[in-house]
Design a protein around this ligand. Structure first.
Ligand code: HEM
Length: 233
């Protein structure tokens, strides 16, 4: 058996999940233990709390007020990531297909919808990812506050998106194969599927998962703490 392929498909995913879970726990525990000397609040006074958190999570109003151009790239980027995330549940399991068929859609309709939404999201993600990278490189003010880790995270994301798009629009990958691979992982009897681009996409995605707890991508975990700060007001 190809050792490299087995490592990427049959060993690395377990390592990535372990590092991710342990890393997240440590990072959140550190944040929880950090002393907060003042009664800080992230939002101006107002009566809504849950609504503020929900709107901050899904619509980024503070960023909208601060920088509308950045807001439009960042919002699109995150919205498309969410769409691709849902699409990947379809890549790994038959759940979404079963739900859509239950709602009356035919396999052909589902395939067309997936190609349109997944393909569209993949292109918009690549374009907005590149724009965010371009902004970080060209704007002096942003470059000054960026470190090597910020560039690494964005480059890694762009590379994952690019290889995903290459599969979507090029070699394509049989969903039955990804589902068999995902099943083999959860039953702890990993199999190797032969597809070079899938291997590269997966390797990069696993690196991202391992890197998340140590990077600023962890900002999504901050929402729990934001909520705590708002509630203390
Ligand atoms: C366990 C990790 C992952 C696996 C096994 C995986 C697998 C796949 C596969 C098989 C495709 C091709 C679908 C097709 O040809 O119809 C794909 C596409 C894609 N992937 Fe991934 N992927 C993973 C993680 C990620 C991550 C973390 C991102 C983004 C940050 C991502 C972004 C994309 C994009 C943008 C596409 C093209 C658009 C689409 O088909 O939705 N993938 N992925």
């Amino acid at each position: 058996m190809d050792t490299q392929a087995f490592f990427i498909m049959g060993v690395l995913p377990y390592m990535a999940v372990t590092v991710f879970v342990v890393g997240m726990i440590f990072r959140l525990r550190d944040w929880a233990k950090t002393p907060q000397p003042g009664k800080m609040t992230l939002f101006p006074a107002g009566d809504s709390t849950k609504k503020s958190v929900l709107s901050e999570t899904f619509l980024f109003p503070s960023l909208f007020k601060g920088d509308k151009v950045l807001w439009s790239f960042a919002w699109l980027f995150h919205a498309m990531l969410a769409l691709v995330f849902v699409g990947h549940i379809r890549v790994f399991t038959g759940l979404i297909d079963r739900m859509l068929m239950g709602a009356g859609m035919t396999p052909a309709h589902i395939s067309t919808m997936s190609a349109t939404l997944g393909g569209g999201a993949g292109i918009v993600l690549l374009a907005t990812g590149l724009l965010l990278l371009f902004r970080r490189i060209t704007q002096e003010r942003v470059r000054e506050i960026s470190n090597i880790g910020d560039f690494f995270a964005l480059l890694l994301l762009v590379a994952i998106i690019f290889t995903g798009d290459l599969m979507r629009f090029g070699s394509h990958f049989e969903l039955e194969q990804t589902r068999a691979w995902a099943r083999s992982l959860v039953t702890f009897s990993p199999i190797v599927v032969n597809n070079g681009m899938f291997q590269v996409h997966l390797l990069l995605a696993m690196l991202l998962i391992i890197y998340i707890p140590f990077s600023k991508i962890m900002h999504f975990g901050g929402i729990f703490f934001t909520q705590a700060l708002i509630k203390r007001r």
